[in-house]
Design a protein around this ligand. Structure first.
Ligand code: AR6
Length: 171
């Protein structure tokens, strides 16, 4: 369906994917929360929480990796997106950094397939269309320069997000 074979779009729950790594939209404590973070911790089980405790948090715009435990995914890459303040705090730069940091960790760990939810587009309030544009641009930029990851999968949780990504990827 997509012209670029290294980028894919799927709709649904990221915790069900059998990939090398799923990305978590975490907060800086890395100790869980609601949204996709809550779903990932619930599916992975208490061992994920234990490993996260040892990481001592993560700065906004950065990323850290753990194992996947009860998930089908082998690893979880936890990144902390920016809270949207109307665009006045360079949120777009920080969000781009989340994608670059996550993809760099994937490369370091020779991860072949990585799946991203819409970082910051839930509780953190980042506009979904702008976030999807950043996600696609940063991923394409990284893939052009690197052999790993081999494939990036964008996971749209609802129809609206799916359409937003589809339009960006179809061109
Ligand atoms: N699979 C894929 N996408 C999902 C899933 C799922 N199971 N569940 C939600 N989404 P959010 P944020 C989508 O709020 O905005 C947490 O409490 C959702 O529709 O999970 O980065 C953390 O601990 C939305 O498009 O993350 C932080 O405190 C996207 O995932 C804070 O929320 C992200 O929504 C992070 O906020």
């Amino acid at each position: 369906m997509m012209k670029n074979k290294r980028v894919e779009l799927v709709k649904g729950d990221i915790t069900s994917l059998e990939v090398d790594a799923i990305v978590n939209a975490a907060n800086s404590s890395l100790l869980g929360g609601g949204g996709v973070d809550g779903a990932i911790h619930k599916a992975a089980g208490p061992e994920l929480y234990k490993e996260c405790e040892g990481l001592k948090g993560c700065a906004t715009g950065e990323a850290k990796i753990t194992r996947g435990y009860g998930l089908k995914a082998k690893h979880v890459i936890h990144t902390v997106g920016p809270v949207w303040y109307g665009g006045y705090r360079d949120e777009h730069v920080t969000l781009a950094s989340c994608y670059q940091a996550s993809l760099s960790i994937a490369k370091k760990n020779k991860i072949k397939t990585i799946a991203f939810p819409g970082i910051s587009t839930g509780v953190y309030g980042f506009p979904k269309d702008l976030a999807a544009l950043i996600a696609v641009n940063e991923s394409n930029r990284f893939l052009k320069k690197n052999a790993y990851p081999e494939k990036v999968i964008f996971v749209a949780y609802d129809d609206e997000s799916y359409e937003t990504y589809r339009k960006l990827l179809d061109q």
